[in-house]
Design a protein around this ligand. Structure first.
Ligand code: PMP
Length: 287
């Protein structure tokens, strides 16, 4: 397996960063998780745009233009010769001192990790998945702007641990006001009386690229959709629920804590959006 590291393709065993890298010491850096479908980077531009916005927000200057990072991904895919994969594009602050100051770091480390895609089991897409509502709340937007996809996921990891302890695959996280924010690495949607509802960016979420596509698809299909606060009660009373994310795509949720969502079966609107998302990917590949 080949990894692209600071401008060079290296074997996985040699893909290492220095122990003084602030990405390791402080989670000081940003990243993107990107899919490769049929040898092509899916929505490369949107991911690169978000990466550069994240970096700018933390005053991290990525030492390559976007186009070069796109080419680095293409080069990495070719070197690994696989059609379906997952790419993790990571930019850390780079090697510095043990002190916090990012300005003592010489230059950012830029990494394109190539890996097999780890998916939820197939049955989850037909039967739905069980989730919990985590006790760990999502980092407040007043602490770290949620549009920064930073390397510091400790908050999400703690919620993930709760879900593993509960024997389920995912956890929905509430924000500081007790409303639904997002899952540990996916956005949350519910359906109530035929309307699709997803929390707005102000709920303290990462504005997912899959989320944006699903919103567009919903509009195209003529399914009413609104971005508005989803309370804990809305979640309990939802007819349908699903998660969206680069790796998960559109994944139905049929149980939350001890209660079934709706009748406990994957709902009609969720099914339509799963299908539409698949078709969207296929159409994108044909372009
Ligand atoms: N929320 C969080 C916290 C995430 O890390 C991610 C990406 N893994 C998402 C939502 C979904 O974003 P996207 O659809 O762009 O993958």
């Amino acid at each position: 397996m080949k990894i692209w590291l600071n401008g060079r393709l290296v074997d996985r065993a040699h893909a290492v960063v220095n122990v003084f890298d602030h990405g390791l010491l402080y989670g000081d850096g940003v990243f993107e998780g990107i899919r490769v479908y049929n040898g092509r980077v899916f929505h490369s531009q949107a991911h690169l745009d978000r990466l550069y916005v994240s970096a700018k927000q933390i005053r991290l200057a990525i030492p390559y233009p976007k186009q070069e990072l796109h080419e680095a991904m293409v080069e990495t895919i070719k070197a690994n010769n696989a059609a379906y994969a997952y790419i993790r594009l990571v930019v850390t602050r780079g090697e510095g001192t043990l002190g916090l100051s990012p300005f003592k770091c010489s230059k950012p480390s830029v990494i394109v990790i190539y890996d097999d895609i780890q998916l939820y089991p197939k049955e989850m897409y037909t039967d739905g998945m069980a989730v919990i509502v985590a006790k760990t709340i999502r980092t407040s937007a007043r602490m770290v702007d949620p549009s920064v996809k930073s390397l510091n996921y400790l908050n999400n990891i703690l919620a993930k641990i709760e879900s593993v302890d509960a024997g389920v695959s995912e956890a929905i996280m509430l924000n500081e006001h007790g409303d639904v924010a997002e899952a540990t690495g996916d956005n949350v949607f519910i359906v109530k009386n035929g309307t699709v509802i997803t929390p707005p960016p102000s709920a303290g979420i990462l504005v997912g690229i899959t989320r944006s596509i699903v919103i567009e698809l919903s509009k195209k299909l003529g399914i009413p959709l609104k971005e508005s606060t989803v309370t804990r009660q809305d979640l309990n009373e939802a007819d349908e629920c699903f998660l969206t994310g680069t790796a998960a795509e559109v994944c139905p949720v049929t149980r939350i804590d001890d209660a079934l969502v709706g009748n406990g079966k994957v709902g009609d609107i969720t099914r339509r959006l799963i299908k539409a998302y698949r078709e969207f990917i296929d159409a994108d590949l044909r372009e």
